[in-house]
Write a protein that binds this ligand. Structure first.
Ligand code: HEM
Ligand code: HEM
Length: 371
């Protein structure tokens, strides 16, 4: 699994932040409610000390996590969800982040206002956030308590939404924050394991290829791209939840035809200096009905191709050649009109020597990311 996020998945660092902080925050909420009811004594003081230090640790982790989030792509939610769900997801994530700061800051503030300096696990003492002020202390204690109740409700809603994505929509939103192994072995009862949600696959570049066939004066001329990446969420059981995002480095174009290899990255064709990448984003996978005598599964994918600064819908035919717990291999083709993307400008707009239609052929070998 990548350390960084991709457009479809949270990377390892974001997942470790999420689950470490989720456990710490849930334990802190329970400990906070428990400790305030304890009779006075050394145990109560000890738990208060641990609560405060761990709260400050959460504040530090929240700052590091937010920095990481701003320097990483944030995975997009699957397309086709009701608008209210997009809004709810963004608003609730924003509020969860706000609480990760508001809880420790109000806790630190109420301790400082009450004249009780905060030690970090006995290692060092933090500066006071505010001076001694009984009234402010009471207000901050009230805020600390009410934000805690609000956060408990928010976490319940958030976890319910994650389960809705998993068991009602089967769209892989939970698995992109968990690992396949954790989810399959721990969370899912055995009966549900056969019906797998989409899993994250990463491309094996040395076993994958991306070629195209153009037509020059009636004769096929072939080329290929040597550098491309793909981010894949795939399950044969839930094609409607599958997603692919692929990026092709246009300057990596190569061909046995020297003229073509030299000309294509240039201004008249791809203009790779200005538009270095082509991007394919799937919108929807459709499973084809099984054909008699053909054991391989066939799909067609509606998606958008962005090339030369132009985005156009394309339909990709795909055959799943191999699929198991570790890997998948798929091949396929689609046809594009080069002129629709403005590829071939000036004299090359005329399609009599180099035809408008170009066929793209791919073979993707991918391995499943597990943790
Ligand atoms: C994410 C971090 C935190 C969470 C989830 C959390 C949660 C809680 C909860 C649920 C309570 C019980 C509220 C009540 O019944 O009054 C509480 C009380 C308290 N917390 Fe925190 N807390 C956090 C961080 C901190 C920090 C950083 C400090 C101090 C540095 C702190 C200091 C206190 C104190 C002194 C109380 C007792 C308040 C009172 O007696 O009124 N907390 N906390
Ligand atoms: C208790 C079980 C929990 C489950 C099942 C859960 C599940 C998830 C899932 C699946 C996502 C990814 C959503 C997406 O792909 O857009 C997510 C994101 C998030 N979760 Fe949780 N979560 C839990 C607890 C918590 C807790 C306790 C907190 C913090 C108080 C939290 C804070 C967040 C935040 C802030 C995000 C957004 C991450 C980002 O976009 O950077 N979660 N959670």
């Amino acid at each position: 699994m990548d350390l960084r996020n991709t457009p479809l998945h949270f990377g390892l660092i974001a997942r470790v932040f999420h689950w470490l902080m989720a456990v710490l925050i849930i334990v802190m909420l329970m400990a906070g409610l428990y400790m305030t009811e304890m009779p006075s004594g050394p145990s109560k003081l000890q738990i208060f000390g641990l609560h405060k230090s761990t709260g400050i640790l959460i504040l530090m982790l929240a700052a590091a996590r937010l920095t990481w989030r701003f320097t990483n792509p944030v995975p997009r939610l699957p397309p086709g969800l009701p608008r209210l769900v997009y809004f709810g997801a963004h608003a609730s994530h924003g509020l969860l982040y706000a609480c990760m700061f508001a809880m420790p800051l109000t806790g630190w503030g109420l301790s400082s206002a009450g004249g009780r300096p905060v030690s970090f696990y006995g290692l060092f003492v933090l500066p006071d956030l505010v001076g001694p002020d009984k009234a402010l202390g009471r207000t901050l204690a009230g805020a600390h308590e009410w934000i805690a109740y609000f956060l408990i409700g928010l976490i319940a809603l958030h976890a319910a939404a994650a389960l809705w994505h998993q068991f009602v929509r089967h769209d892989g939103v939970l698995t992109r924050m968990t690992s396949a192994i954790l989810l399959l072995c721990v969370l899912l009862p055995p009966a549900l394991r056969a019906d797998e949600p989409p899993a994250h696959f990463t491309l094996v570049p040395e076993k994958s290829s991306l070629r195209f066939v153009a037509n020059e004066n009636g004769a096929p001329v072939e080329g290929q791209f040597n550098h491309f990446t793909a981010d894949i969420l795939f399950s044969p059981d839930h094609p409607e939840a599958n997603r692919v995002e692929a990026e092709v480095d246009l300057a990596s174009v190569a061909s046995a035809n020297d003229d073509m290899a030299r000309e294509l990255p240039g201004k008249d064709w791809f203009d790779a200096a200005q538009f270095p990448q082509a991007v394919f984003r799937s919108v929807k996978f459709h499973a084809q009905p099984p054909a008699p005598g053909n054991p391989l599964r066939e799909y067609y994918i509606d998606g958008t191709l962005t090339l030369h600064g132009v985005s156009q819908p394309v339909t990709v035919n795909m055959t799943l050649e191999h699929y198991d717990a570790q890997s998948a291999v798929a091949s396929g083709t689609f046809t594009v009109s080069r002129k629709a993307f403005g590829v071939g400008s000036g004299q090359w707009k005329d399609a009599s020597a180099i035809r408008d239609e170009v066929t793209v052929k791919f073979r993707i070998a991918a391995k499943r990311s597990v943790l």
